[in-house]
Design a protein around this ligand. Structure first.
Ligand code: GLC
Length: 609
């Protein structure tokens, strides 16, 4: 299948507004209808539909229902608290970023790591109070240290001499409390081993000769994943990360091991090469549109993203792990609403101190979400995404109901543009009496009045009871302006893969340009075919080139201008011959690095007179 066909499928699937309308497409193929290109590191779609066994389906349904889990980054790096030789370096990447030799990391971090105050029941209490339904703990991060009693001696029990298996304690506590448990495992990067990917400062190069990597992989990674999937009861998921040097065979082997030992355990897409049961975005990844691209005909397979309540990394640092973030509680809550509204699942990270306690400031941040969920959980747990593909703010839905999530509601009007289903009743979810709110619905415009007394702190949820089971909405395909201009804002595009992010406030891309499969895809109704002048709005970056594609033409665009300053500029012309709905896309060509501050807001195509 060529890329264009794939994208067409992606767009068709993306446009399906209900599960049943997708069914006919799906039955023709045996792989997930997503970007199935596997040349990239973390694209998704290799796993066969037959891998979605009844056990996997049952857990996938739970994941879709649960929406919200706790990520925990914890290991010997916490011992260093982000500081090396008096300098603030980084959190869980400190060994790498400060180029700490293995023996020094062993001496100053791993051998000192003795989490005496770790108490599994405290962690589960904290997760429960936050409304989180599962926990994913780093069983081994890139530093190579196993946080459990592994046969490989570089672990908490044998190496650090700590005589408790905290994974056992946590798994037993979780099992008792009905909290699901997953393990993060860094399968490729292992900075402790000569054959593991990533450590160039001790072992010469980041990428390892094949025989050395194979030896590391088979002797350590495979064995440890076997241990993790046999010794700790029922595992909800295995969350792999940074698939460097992973080929199809290695990925399949991991899939098989997990499946043999834990038939229900879900595997994430960072296993590599398109494998896994569900897709994970880049870190902190957000999308402008609802994405159901990975749904099967009869199974809602959500995508997942993750953020941290700490600052400056995922693991504990003295300067990012204790910060009071009470100013941002609304943002944390609203992140969850936005993600669920776009079809995602949210993992929110905490970073325990080296002694095993979770700082109170972090507990407070996530408990604020839990408090909100106690009142508003109906709009999150088990909720479907927004019926509008490009929701103007966070919207979730359930059969016959739509939930409008308004952050820090200032005035008394909640407005929605695009709903066609008749609204029978509106009320505030927090209002137990379900008092009817006044509203005006005229065509596609709806305005609901929320009285002062019903406005909620942080995020107010307005429930709309509608006449239809599945909401009817306006056609969201981009239309040409009266003068023929075509506006292509990022806010109205779909991402070909989830390895880009989006800034809702600035309405710009984030990390676009790192990978040549990071397509931005617009669907446009062309009524005036012809030649168009192309203008871009971005903050300029001369090293970067992307290709704009219409069904009839392509144009290379090198964003220019002063880096950092958002400007509109011209780039030449492009042709569109079709008189129908077309796909216009933009794909990175000459790539930019992760540190680039390039922001892209969109394109304007103006007809040539
Ligand atoms: C990254 C980092 C890692 C972190 C992870 C969280 O890929 O390498 O440190 O564990 O993302 O998603």
């Amino acid at each position: 299948m060529n890329l264009f066909k794939r994208i067409t499928i992606l767009v068709i699937i993306g446009n399906c507004l209900s599960l049943s309308s997708c069914r006919s497409n799906k039955s023709k193929v045996n792989q997930i209808d997503y970007v199935t290109e596997t040349g990239g590191k973390v694209d998704f779609g290799k796993t066969e539909v037959s891998a979605y066994t009844p056990e996997i389906r049952a857990n996938m349904e739970k994941l879709y229902e649960d929406k919200f889990g706790m990520f925990v980054h914890w290991g010997p790096y916490a011992q260093l608290e982000g500081v090396w030789k008096g300098k603030e370096v980084s959190a869980e990447w400190i060994m790498h970023n400060a180029k700490i030799p293995v023996d020094e990391y062993e001496q100053y971090a791993a051998s000192l790591f003795r989490p005496e105050k770790f108490k599994a029941s405290d962690w589960v209490d904290i997760a429960e109070n936050a409304g989180m339904k599962f926990i994913v703990l780093t069983a081994k991060h890139h530093d190579g240290f196993a946080m459990y009693d592994s046969k490989n001696p570089y672990n908490l029990v044998d190496f650090a001499g700590f005589d408790r298996d905290i994974l056992k304690e946590l798994s037993e506590e979780c099992a008792e409390r009905n909290m699901k448990l997953g393990f993060y495992y860094s399968q490729s990067q292992d900075w402790h081993e000569e054959g593991g990917a990533g450590n160039s400062w001790d072992f010469g190069s980041r990428i390892k000769p094949q025989d050395k990597f194979d030896a590391y992989f088979n002797e350590k990674a495979v064995e440890q994943v076997k241990e993790l999937t046999t010794n700790y009861g029922d595992i909800f998921m295995v969350w792999f990360d940074t698939p460097i040097q992973m080929d199809d065979e290695k990925c399949q082997l991991m899939m098989d091991i997990v499946k043999d030992n834990q038939p229900g355990a879900l595997v994430n897409s960072r296993l590599g090469q398109g494998f896994g049961h569900f897709d994970v975005s880049i870190d902190n990844g957000k999308t402008p549109s609802v994405s159901k691209a990975t749904w099967l005909s009869d199974l809602k397979v959500p995508w997942q993203t993750h953020e941290s309540v700490t600052q400056r990394g995922w693991g504990y640092t003295s300067y990012g792990g204790e910060n009071d973030r009470s100013d941002e509680y609304s943002d944390f809550i609203y992140s969850l609403c936005r993600i669920v509204g776009n079809g995602g699942v949210y993992l929110l990270n905490v970073a325990p101190r080296p002694d095993g306690t979770i700082p109170q400031s972090q507990v407070n941040s996530i408990t604020a979400i839990g408090d909100w969920l106690k009142v508003n959980g109906e709009a999150i747990y088990g909720a479907d995404p927004s019926p509008l593909k490009f929701p103007p703010y966070a919207i979730t839905s359930k059969p016959g109901k739509i939930y409008l999530h308004i952050k820090d509601l200032v005035d008394n009007q909640v407005v929605l543009n695009g709903l066609l289903s008749k609204v029978n009743k509106a009320y505030c979810l927090a209002d137990q009496t379900m008092q009817s709110l006044e509203f005006v619905q005229e065509g596609e415009l709806l305005s609901v009045t929320v009285p002062e007394a019903l406005k909620q702190p942080r995020v107010t949820v307005v429930v709309l009871e509608i006449e239809d089971e599945a909401a009817k909405v306006i056609n969201e395909i981009i239309q040409q302006e009266a003068d023929g201009t075509i506006n292509l804002p990022v806010a109205k595009c779909e991402f070909a893969i989830r390895r880009i992010s989006y800034d809702y406030e600035e309405q710009v891309t984030h990390r676009w340009g790192e990978n040549n499969k990071q397509g931005l895809i617009w669907t446009v109704n062309i009524t005036k075919p012809g030649v168009y002048n192309v203008m871009s709005e971005d903050n300029g970056n001369n090293d970067y080139v992307f290709e704009l594609r219409t069904p009839s033409d392509t144009l290379d665009i090198a964003p220019k201008g002063n880096i950092g300053e958002m400007t509109l500029k011209s780039h030449g012309t492009i042709q569109i011959n079709q008189n129908e709905n077309v796909t216009i896309s933009a794909y990175p060509k000459a790539l930019i690095g992760m540190s680039s501050r390039f922001n892209f807001k969109g394109l304007k195509l103006v007809p040539v007179k």
